[in-house]
Design a protein around this ligand. Structure first.
Ligand SMILES: [Zn+2]
Length: 417
């Protein structure tokens, strides 16, 4: 672990460099949400401010403090392929991209932030030359599956390596990656440098307008440095010689509903779609650089906290046993912000072997396997993976045995009623 463990205050916008930053949401001091400690190590956790500020110049929301990357990636427990719905989602995404843009056989298809190879594995085998960029330990898993992985962050060295060893890419994908990158302009420059003249860059991320409207504030955690909308992105992309030509909402993504964007080189012939024009107009009408909507969002987030704590306290007072279903990174923002810890929630059920036997960061709730959880006679489970609510309701053994779920967002409620 690096000796540098202090956070860095962001005093200039990571997209446009402006100092006109305004903090509007404070979620308290929290440990990195992907670092699930053991019982022995849990008291050594470091906490960092988790607050969001708006750049009133370009409209980008971003954290007020950066956590050192050594704190985030040192014990990275997230393997995307462990989720079947996510595997299916990326399979459909790759199918749609190949159908729409028909890259020639043998083209380079690059996935930035390849994780364990979830998106690369969606390409038909042998038809394209797939390569991933992945600095975390998840990249080792991808390599073991046989994927070519450049083992570093997306930087100029990674671009040179790609160009030397493979060439420029016809398709570049980056799902749930852009928001993680502290130097957004540099990353976008790197994408531009990797992109073939006829190439397309497709990125997917939680759409921050929807995050705010639906109160999905649990997608705010230290790993996510910025909270993306189209207006600030257009400026960053254009400056790097890229052009946004299409965008669309997708109902399902790694952290809930997402936005998918399509970009090409500035001089490429792709026409801007009506769908993109509409979204940009909507952002302007919504007030992307003005304070009003952000104040409303912050106030609503605190209302959800009050209500969720009330619902859980009420169940506990009635003698009900309350646990937690699944331990995604985003769930930790919710638990820590709401002060929900092991004094109220007895255990978390999780099927990721790398998390079982550990505790949730900050809230220190023991993580157990499904069987142990079922044996604990838990009546209600707070569902942190609320984006998989349908799956859990219809397929989990907990639900089949009569267990009920507390869905925290957008408004806390219990299902089945
Ligand atoms: Zn800015």
């Amino acid at each position: 672990m690096s000796s540098n463990t202090a956070s860095t205050a962001l005093t200039k916008c990571i997209a446009c460099g402006s100092s006109d930053l305004w903090k509007y949401l404070d979620l308290g001091a929290q440990p990195p949400s992907n670092d699930f400690p053991t019982m022995e190590a849990m008291h050594e956790e470091r906490r960092y401010p988790l607050s969001v500020q708006l750049c009133r110049s370009c409209g980008l929301s971003q954290l007020t403090h950066l956590v050192p990357s050594s704190e985030i990636f040192s014990d990275y427990a997230y393997l995307a392929s462990s989720s079947k719905p996510l595997r299916e989602h990326y399979a459909v995404m790759v199918y749609d991209i190949l159908k729409r843009f028909t890259p020639p056989e043998g083209s380079i298809c690059l996935d930035v932030g390849a994780n364990d190879g979830i998106t690369l594995s969606a390409y038909p085998s042998g038809k394209f030359r797939t390569v991933g960029i992945e600095p975390s330990s998840a990249g080792k898993v991808a390599r073991e599956k046989g994927f070519a992985i450049i083992d570093r962050f997306l930087d100029h060295e990674a671009v040179e390596l790609l160009k030397e060893q493979y060439g420029q890419a016809h398709i570049i994908t980056a799902t749930n990656v852009l928001a993680h990158i502290p130097n957004l302009p540099k990353a976008v420059e790197c994408v531009q440098a990797c992109l073939h003249e006829n190439g397309v860059f497709v990125a997917e991320f939680p759409y921050y307008i929807d995050t705010m409207e639906q109160l999905y504030f649990d997608t705010i955690y230290h790993e996510h440095v910025s909270y993306l909308t189209l207006t600030p992105l257009v400026k960053v992309l254009n400056k790097a010689g890229l052009r946004l030509f299409d965008a669309a909402r997708v109902a399902f993504g790694a952290s809930g509903p997402a936005l998918r964007i399509y970009c090409c080189l500035a001089e490429s012939p792709y026409q801007m779609t009506d769908g993109l024009k509409t979204l940009l107009d909507e952002e302007e009408a919504w007030g992307i650089t003005r304070e009003t909507q952000y104040k409303k969002f912050s106030s609503n987030v605190f209302s959800v906290k009050t209500e969720l704590v009330r619902v859980i306290d009420c169940l506990i007072r009635k003698g009900q046993n309350v646990g937690v279903m699944s331990a995604p990174a985003k769930g930790n923002t919710l638990l820590n912000f709401c002060g929900l810890d092991r004094s109220k929630l007895v255990a978390v059920a999780e099927n990721n072997a790398r998390k079982i036997g550990h505790v949730t960061p900050g809230s220190h709730i023991p993580i157990v396997d499904d069987e142990t959880f079922l044996a604990m006679k838990i009546d209600y489970a707070l569902l942190l993976s609320w984006n998989y609510a349908d799956f859990f309701l219809h397929h989990s053994e907990f639900a089949k045995r009569g267990g009920k779920f507390i869905i925290p967002l957008p408004q806390p409620h219990i299902v089945p009623t």
